[in-house]
Every structure is written in structure tokens, then in C-alpha cells.
Design a protein around this ligand. Structure first.
Ligand code: HDD
Length: 724
């Protein structure tokens, strides 16, 4: 057994063999130690019975002296810790990050300078508003927090899947969170922004407009955590070994492309599989299909700080990729699921101020407030100042200082010295005069010696006053279906409000973004026509400059870019008695060759009988595996005379739903009867019918191509789309 004692300079973490037992005592300890397959108390006492408490007679009262019962119940009573104030619901995974080439020219961060090094990471994804047990697929921003365990200390990049934030100054964060969380009197609604208090707040805070556009877009309902971008949001700084600094925005670009659910699908999934995203991440890693992202940077030289029409320090603005291209500098791979959700995913503690030399923060006032909030929140969430000693938070580098004691201290610091400077910790060799070791030095983290402008004021820079240009840029950069979805999302959320005046304020605000957008959103809501002037006609509103003549930014659309293929996509193969197993095998093989997964879904869990008479095992049933769990359907053919699934309401529902959600639906032979039964035109994009009972190579290739487009928006039912 090893305990920890301080490093020779007084730090607390060198591991040493502790027990100085003789050989005889060790042998005795081993003989008496509880076997690994037996239960013990927390003190190591072997249990003889884990089913019955100690009683005064078999039917009598339980005795207070039952310390075994009390220990077990007491521990259970204290199992829960406070959930995170925001981002309570999440999923995590281990992996590594590796830089492609040395970035020493711009940063001295060691893990970004050595391409041979794989830096271990732990990543936690989250929704923001929902409680710990809420559903995965709600409309919300997603947290994307990465902890890099570098030899120079932990670096945390605590970002979101949306590149901008709602507010500009951290002092508004408690108000924002109180507004979006369930309303305090009723604790409703859970994990949803579609309620009065959220829209009341955001319509009074015009700076929220840009992020509202992103959250109401399909980015707010990702298909998978593996298929979303991540952003550091704020402008950070890189500093190189010469002390030269540049500004930097961080991006995570997923290898599998950026994809979304449909709103109807997201809502259905919240009931069918509330853990849809967590399960998807877990299963991908467990099956060896490791999710990957590339780290991208937009680097702005110090001299260009004021070159943009917006302020680099304003977190409600992004730098369009057309202005400053994103350079991909390394890759992140998630390759190991946690062993224990609580110990790792729940107890991990991120903090934007966990930095390494070579990376620094900027004066973004939102980021500045975050630097205080994250450590502070862990004190109540993780019960004291020693949360850095929890295994998931502990750095891989040695840690030396004289911070001592506190709740839940794990390491055992020995010696009588807990201060610096000292001459005592290291014995005779170090003295006050001419001491040979310096506990701090220039290789350590130094804050950039930045010149600051007095006076001290409680104010916001006028360069933060413009709120609508990038919201408009986002709108004009969306494809037609993306615009439809965005309009429908605004309509849905605003339709849930009980206070008409708030609804009106939002459509008035949208008139500042785009007149067509505002009118389309307003059309079914029964508001007065959008009134631009009314949105800003209140005391204290500071009108920013009007920025006209924006050109679309293609990188803001999810529809742009080449397809990332169908790797890891999931296909349901619907089978019934009399199925043609050769066709099923051909489709399975074609999908597997592209890295996609398939499941055989049958009427029950009993094997179906193939046309040749042999049994074919199924993986799931039409009841427990609805179409929303899959990216595409293949309707397998059955032999002449077999009943097939065309009369099965569950199969018809699967086909209807898949079509409504714009998914690829392919069929061979009699499988096409299901498509006819739900009244879908077999010639519509995304619907593929092979008339014969087989699945030839050209047919499976067409299926793969169709699936690689992700969705066929023309297939969506008009009811799920907003009017153009
Ligand atoms: Fe925050 C958690 C991301 C602004 C205060 N935040 C938290 C998490 C993420 C973010 C991903 C979850 C980390 C985890 O998985 O444990 N937060 C952001 C982003 C922001 C942002 C991208 C803006 C750009 N946050 C922000 C502000 C404040 C906070 C302005 C307060 C002034 N955030 C917190 C917090 C949380 C948190 C209350 C809750 C749990 C935690 O920190 O550890 O301190």
C-alpha cells in the first residue's frame, strides 16, 4: 500500500511505500485481508449477512447498535451532491489530443509544440438548462468542455457548440440562468426555453439576439454529440516563448460533419430514449468507432485587434471564417468510456482559468466573470477546497505548494514547514543566504504585461453596442430548409408564451434582423405586424451603428460542405417471416463496408423464418426500436404469400415517421408495399425502391449515397415545416 507524503521541498504529492512492516507482519496482513469477493464495511470488516438487520428477536425492533446497518444507510443517505447550477445533465469520455505540427511560433504551450506527444483528455458534453436527469434531445446549447492533462498542468477549454453567448457581461449571468431555468414558483418547464421568463428576459436584452438565432436553428438539436462543432467562444490569447502575444478563437470540427435532428424527432426521442445522445456516444466508443474532432484556431495578430466591425472582446460576436480562416492544428480522439459516471463525469471540475504557460485569457468581460465563478461553484458542489485532488481532476504533473488541510484532504503532507520562503524543508543544504533553489521563476506562468486604460468604471464599451448584424449574417447564410426550421422553432417557442406582449417584443426584435424572418415568424402567432422601432424604444437603449451590405458566410450553414459519409450511422432493417435473407445480407454488408451499423427489427424478439425456412435472429422489435432511433430504414422483401409487415401498424408508423423526418427509406420487392401504404411517392428524393426481391450492388450503392446526404428535407411533411 502506498500513501502520499510531501515532496522534499514541502509539496504534498510524492507517492512512497508507506508501511515499514517486517516480512512476517506482511505475510500475516495478507492472510487476514478480506478476500476480494467478500463484502466488508467501509472499515474493512467482513460481513456475515447483507440481508438482515440486527433485531431483538426475528420479529422484533431493529437495534440501535447495528453499526453495519447504520453505516450502510448513512452512506446511502449522503450519496447525492448538488447538481451543477447549469450544465447539470451530461456525458463524458476519455481520449487524447495530438497537435499536427509544432505551434511554437505562436504559443509556448508544450502540448501544442510537440507533435509526438499524445496529451490525455477528459471531455464532458452537456445541455445547459435541464436538471441532471433531463432528456438529451431538448432544444438548448450544448456544453463542450475539454480537460487537457498536460505535463505543465491542466488546461481546460470550457466551450459550447455555439460560437457566441447570450450576454456580454458576467454580471448578467445569474439573471439569464434564472430566466431560462424552470420558473421558480412551479419548477416548470423542465429543460426548455419555451416559457415566459426566458423570452421576457431576452427580449429586454437585445445582445441576446445573435445567440437566439443559433439556438433556434438546428444547432440547438444536434443529431449526435459526435456530430457537433465546439467553440471556445471568447477570444483568448496565445503567447510564444518571446513573450509575443496574438488573439485566438478555438474551434472543434467534428470528423463526422455537423448534423441535426428534426424538432419532431427530438421531441419524440425525449420520450423514446431520453439518453439518446449519451447512449450514442457510449456505444460508439464501446464499439471502437472513436469520435474525432480537429482543433481549429483563428489567430489574429495583436496589431489587428481593432480591424473588425465588432469588438474581439464581445462574446456575442464571432469572427467569420471568411475573414480569418480556421487553421486545423491537431486532433482530439475519444477512445475510452468512464469506469464510473459519478467519480468521473459528475466530479470533473472545469475552469476557464486552468491555463498553461503560452495560453492566456483576454479582457472579455464575460470571461473575466467566469474566472471567478467556476472554482467558487465547486466549493459547494464538491464540498470544499480540495476537489483538485479527486482522481479525475488531478493533474499528471507533480504539484507542489503549501496550501494545506480543508475538507476531504487526500494527500498527507509531512514535516513542519508549510510556508515559503523557508530554510527548513530541505535540511541543511538550503539557507536563506545563497540558497540554491528558487521556488518560482520565469519558466512559470506569467500574465501578459498588458497596458490598461484608466479610469476604473462600471460601464460597457460603446464598441459592444451593435447587436443585429451578425444575427442577420447568420440568417442570410442559412439554406432554405434551415431557414424553415429556424422560423418554425421561433413560432413554437413563442406560441407557448402566456404573455402576448413578450411575443410581440420578440417579433419586433426580429425585424432588426430581417424583415422577412420577422414576418414569417409573426404570421401564425396573432401578433401585430413586427415593428422595428418598438423593439428599441425604451430608455437607456444604446443604438449601435447599422451595418449594411453583408455577404453570406457559408461556414455558418450546416448544409454546406462535403458529406462526411455514413460511418457510424444506424439503419433499421425491417424483417418478417418469409424474409429474403440474401437481400438482408447484401444490405448489411454494403452498410458495414461504409462503417455504418444495422439492426434487424422484427415483429417480436422471436427469430423470423427466412424464405428458405431457416431462422433469422432479430436484434429489436417494432415496439422497442422506433424509427427515431435510426438514420435510415431498409424494408426487406418477403416471399410471395408471406404476410410481411404492410398490415402492421407499428411498421407503417416507422415508415411514415422516417419519411416525415427526411430519412432515407429503401425497399426491395414486397417491402415497397409499406411505402405505398403510407402514401409516400416512391420517386421522392430519399425513397429508393428496388422492384425485385434482392439488393444488387447498384441499389445498395444508391442507398449509401442517399444516406450520406443525412436528410432529404423534401420528404418532411408540410405540417412539420413553417410556411415560406
Ligand atoms: Fe459556464 C458550467 C460553458 C458562461 C458559470 N459552463 C459550464 C459548463 C460549460 C460551460 C461547458 C459545464 C462544464 C462541465 O461539464 O462541468 N459557460 C460556458 C460558456 C460560457 C459560459 C461557453 C460563455 C461563453 N458560465 C458562464 C458565465 C458564468 C458561468 C458567464 C458565470 C459568471 N458555468 C458556470 C458555473 C458552472 C458552469 C456556474 C456550473 C457548473 C460548473 O461551472 O462547474 O460556474
Amino acid at each position: 500500500m502506498a500513501t502520499e507524503r510531501p515532496a522534499s521541498n514541502g509539496g504534498p504529492v510524492e507517492a512512497v511505500d508507506a508501511p515499514r512492516q517486517g516480512v512476517k507482519q506482511q505475510a500475516m496482513a495478507q492472510a487476514l485481508a478480506p478476500p476480494l469477493d467478500r463484502l466488508t464495511t467501509n472499515q474493512g470488516l467482513l460481513l456475515s449477512d447483507n440481508h438482515n438487520s440486527l433485531k431483538a428477536g426475528a420479529r422484533g425492533p431493529t437495534l440501535l447498535e447495528d453499526f453495519i446497518l447504520r453505516e450502510k444507510i448513512t452512506h446511502f443517505d449522503h450519496e447525492r451532491i448538488p447538481e451543477r447550477a447549469v450544465h447539470a445533465h451530461g456525458a463524458g469520455a476519455h481520449g487524447f489530443f495530438q497537435v499536427y505540427e509544432s505551434e511554437a511560433a505562436i504559443t509556448r504551450a508544450g502540448f501544442l509544440c510537440d507533435p509526438s506527444v499524445q496529451t490525455p483528455v477528459f471531455v464532458r458534453f452537456s445541455t445547459v438548462a435541464g436538471s441532471r436527469g433531463s432528456a438529451d434531445t431538448v432544444r438548448d446549447a450544448r456544453g463542450f468542455a475539454v480537460k487537457f492533462y498536460t505535463p505543465e498542468g491542466n488546461f481546460d477549454l470550457v466551450g459550447n457548440n455555439i460560437p457566441v453567448f447570450f450576454i456580454q457581461d458576467a454580471i448578467k449571468f445569474p439573471d439569464l440562468v434564472h430566466a431560462v431555468k424552470p420558473e421558480p414558483d412551479s419548477e416548470m418547464p423542465q429543460a426548455a426555453s419555451a416559457h415566459d421568463t426566458f423570452w421576457d428576459f431576452v427580449t429586454l436584452m437585445p445582445e441576446t439576439t445573435h445567440m437566439l438565432m443559433w439556438v433556434m436553428s438546428d444547432r440547438g438539436i444536434p443529431r449526435s454529440l459526435r456530430m457537433m462543432e465546439g467553440f471556445g467562444v471568447h477570444t483568448f490569447r496565445f503567447v510564444n516563448a518571446h513573450g509575443e502575444s496574438s488573439f485566438v478563437k478555438f474551434h472543434w470540427k467534428p470528423r463526422l460533419g455537423v448534423h441535426a435532428l428534426t424538432w419532431d424527432e427530438a421531441q419524440t426521442l425525449a420520450g423514446q430514449d431520453a439518453d439518446f445522445h449519451r447512449r450514442d456516444l457510449w456505444e460508439a466508443i464501446a464499439s471502437g468507432q472513436f469520435p474525432e474532432w480537429e482543433l481549429g484556431v483563428q489567430v489574429v495578430p495583436e496589431a489587428d485587434e481593432h480591424r473588425f466591425a465588432f469588438d474581439l472582446l464581445d462574446p456575442t460576436k464571432l469572427i467569420p471564417e471568411e475573414l480569418v480562416p480556421v487553421r486545423r492544428i491537431g486532433r482530439l480522439v475519444l477512445n475510452r468510456n468512464p469506469d464510473n459516471f459519478f467519480a468521473e463525469t459528475e466530479q470533473v471540475a472545469f475552469h476557464p482559468g486552468h491555463l498553461v504557460p503560452g495560453i492566456d485569457f483576454s479582457n472579455d468581460p464575460l470571461l473575466q466573470g467566469r474566472l471567478f465563478s467556476y472554482t467558487d461553484t465547486q466549493l459547494s458542489r464538491l464540498g470544499g477546497a480540495n476537489f483538485h485532488e479527486l482522481p479525475i481532476n488531478k493533474g499528471v504533473c507533480p504539484m507542489h505548494n503549501f496550501q494545506r488541510d480543508g475538507m476531504h484532504r487526500q494527500s498527507i503532507a509531512s514535516g513542519r514547514v508549510a510556508y515559503e520562503p523557508n530554510t527548513l524543508a530541505n535540511g541543511e543544504e538550503f539557507r536563506v543566504d545563497g540558497r540554491s533553489f528558487d521556488p518560482v521563476g520565469p519558466s512559470g506562468f506569467t500574465s501578459l504585461p498588458e497596458a490598461l486604460e484608466p479610469p476604473k468604471v462600471r460601464a460597457r464599451s460603446a464598441s459592444f453596442d451593435e447587436h443585429y448584424a451578425q444575427a442577420r449574417l447568420f440568417w442570410i447564410s442559412q439554406s432554405a430548409p434551415e431557414k424553415d426550421h429556424l422560423v418554425a422553432a421561433f413560432q413554437f417557442e413563442l406560441s407557448k408564451l402566456q404573455t402576448p406582449a413578450i411575443r410581440q417584443r420578440m417579433v419586433d426584435t426580429l425585424a432588426h434582423v430581417d424583415a422577412d424572418l420577422a414576418q414569417r415568424v409573426a404570421a401564425p402567432l396573432g401578433t401585430k405586424p413586427p415593428d422595428k422601432a418598438a423593439a428599441t424604444a425604451w430608455p437607456g437603449f444604446r443604438e449601435g451603428p447599422v451595418i449594411a451590405g453583408l455577404a453570406p458566410s457559408p461556414s455558418l450553414s450546416m448544409a454546406v460542405g462535403k458529406s462526411a459519409g455514413i460511418a457510424t450511422r444506424k439503419v433499421a432493417i425491417l424483417v418478417a417471416d418469409g424474409v429474403n435473407s440474401a437481400a438482408v445480407r447484401a444490405v448489411q454488408q454494403a452498410l458495414a463496408a461504409e462503417g455504418a451499423m444495422s439492426k434487424l427489427v422484427g415483429p417480436t424478439l422471436c427469430p423470423v423464418r427466412c424464405a428458405g425456412g431457416e431462422p433469422l435472429a432479430v436484434d429489436a422489435t417494432l415496439d422497442n426500436a422506433p424509427s427515431v432511433l435510426f438514420d435510415a430504414l431498409y424494408l426487406a422483401p418477403t416471399e410471395a404469400g408471406a404476410e410481411g409487415l404492410a398490415g402492421d401498424a407499428r411498421a407503417l408508423r416507422a415508415v411514415e415517421q422516417a419519411c416525415r423526418h427526411g430519412k432515407t427509406v429503401a425497399a426491395s420487392g414486397s417491402g415497397a408495399l409499406l411505402i405505398a401504404a403510407v402514401g409516400v411517392d416512391p420517386k421522392r428524393p430519399g425513397v429508393l425502391v428496388n422492384p425485385s426481391d434482392d439488393a444488387p450492388a447498384a441499389f445498395t450503392a444508391a442507398m449509401v449515397t442517399a444516406m450520406s446526404q443525412h436528410r432529404h428535407w423534401g420528404l418532411e411533411a408540410p405540417t412539420s415545416r413553417a410556411k415560406r
